[in-house]
Design a binder for this molecule. Structure first.
Ligand code: UDP
Ligand code: MG
Length: 336
């Protein structure tokens, strides 16, 4: 079909794979979620700005999202905005979580390319320059993949196992060892903005979009200050969102468990009826068997209800259609 006809009938004209020429004045947006980073955020901004100063051919904007910090991060962010006209600060009315903070930053970012990175210097700013190079060479999404990471052995092990488990059951190809440090071309960022689901697992959403995706290996550093803002509870929720958002394998497993327990039940029925018919004198015993079967099936049913319940919970949150986040204020340079 020619592009003219596509245009006529309203089908989007496919973008030819193209190199993004280094026109002067292309805008690069940084989306930067902040939650209780008062100790390190000033240092982070200084590092980031000194790194991007090495590439003066671009314009930059820095969209910080203050995700309901309770440690004075906002005051420091105001200071940063006062001293740097490229900074905007989105102030959330409460803590909405990392994935939602990224979403809000993305909604406000206007760049030709948008880079999402953490504000604890675990994602090194110089890697974002390599991302820009990959983008200039034609990539539409650049994913930073951890070659090594300096976290606790427990976190390293659980993350390693989880990414592989997710990959084996997810319907889309979610890259392993890839967090939320990535560059999105304007087109890809626009598409991602149209995903409005509440339980968000952004790396899965990006994987499901397609586009020309490229991986970039990097070594993840240690936190500069403070400690992780992802306690066990938040990590488990994110992990569950990843699975329920991109896979119905748990539901299928219930069906399989159902079949397996049905087969066991059939064997049990045949066994007990035979005993009753041909050996009536020994059928009084069997209390242990009864307890085992009853408890086992009870457990299985509860587990299945739990799995179904977590999908229903998701549906419930989606149909409520509440706003994804509530912004108290957007602070610009001239208002800081
Ligand atoms: N973060 C956030 N909201 C939260 C938790 C974390 O905006 O509820 C931010 C945090 O400030 C950091 C990034 O998300 O910039 C990643 O968090 P963290 O470094 O604690 O996660 P980890 O690197 O330990 O997985
Ligand atoms: Mg971190």
């Amino acid at each position: 079909m020619s592009d003219a006809i596509r245009h006529e009938v309203g089908i989007p004209v496919p973008q030819q794979k193209q190199r993004h020429e280094t026109e002067t004045g292309q805008l690069i947006s940084y989306v930067l979620p902040v939650y209780n980073e008062a100790e390190g955020i000033k240092h982070f901004h200084a590092e980031l700005t000194s790194t991007v100063a090495g590439r003066p051919e671009f314009d930059y904007e820095f969209v910080y999202v203050n995700d309901g910090s309770a440690d004075g991060s906002l005051r420091i962010l105001r200071d940063i905005a006062k001293n740097d006209p490229r900074v905007r600060v989105v102030d959330f009315a409460r803590n909405f979580g990392h994935q939602i903070a990224i979403t809000a930053g993305l909604d406000l970012a206007t760049g030709d390319a948008v880079i999402v990175m953490d504000t604890d210097l675990q994602d090194p700013p110089k890697v974002s320059l390599e991302m820009i190079d990959a983008w200039l060479a034609g990539a539409e999404v650049v994913q930073a993949r951890r070659r090594t990471r300096r976290d606790t052995p427990f976190k390293r092990f659980t993350a390693h196992a989880y990414y592989r488990l997710l990959r084996s059951c997810a319907e889309v190809d979610i890259p392993v060892d890839t967090g939320d440090f990535r560059l999105l071309d304007k087109r890809a960022a626009d598409e991602l903005r149209s995903f409005r689901e509440r339980s968000r697992f952004i790396r899965g959403m990006v994987a499901s979009m397609g586009f020309e995706q490229q991986e970039l290996l990097f070594d993840r550093d240690e936190r500069v200050a403070g400690e992780t803002k992802y306690p066990m509870r938040k990590m488990l929720r994110l992990a569950a969102d990843g699975v329920t958002g991109f896979s119905t394998v748990p539901l299928k497993l219930i069906t399989r468990m159902g079949f397996a327990s049905l087969a066991l039940a059939l064997a049990g029925i045949i066994y007990s009826v035979t005993l009753r018919l041909f050996f009536p004198e020994i059928t009084v015993s069997g209390w242990t068997m009864l307890m085992v079967v009853m408890l086992f099936l009870g457990g299985l049913q509860m587990l299945s209800l739990g799995v179904i319940g977590s999908y229903i919970g998701r549906i419930y949150h989606e149909v409520q259609q509440r706003p994804l986040y509530i912004v108290r204020d957007v602070i610009r340079h001239d208002q800081a």
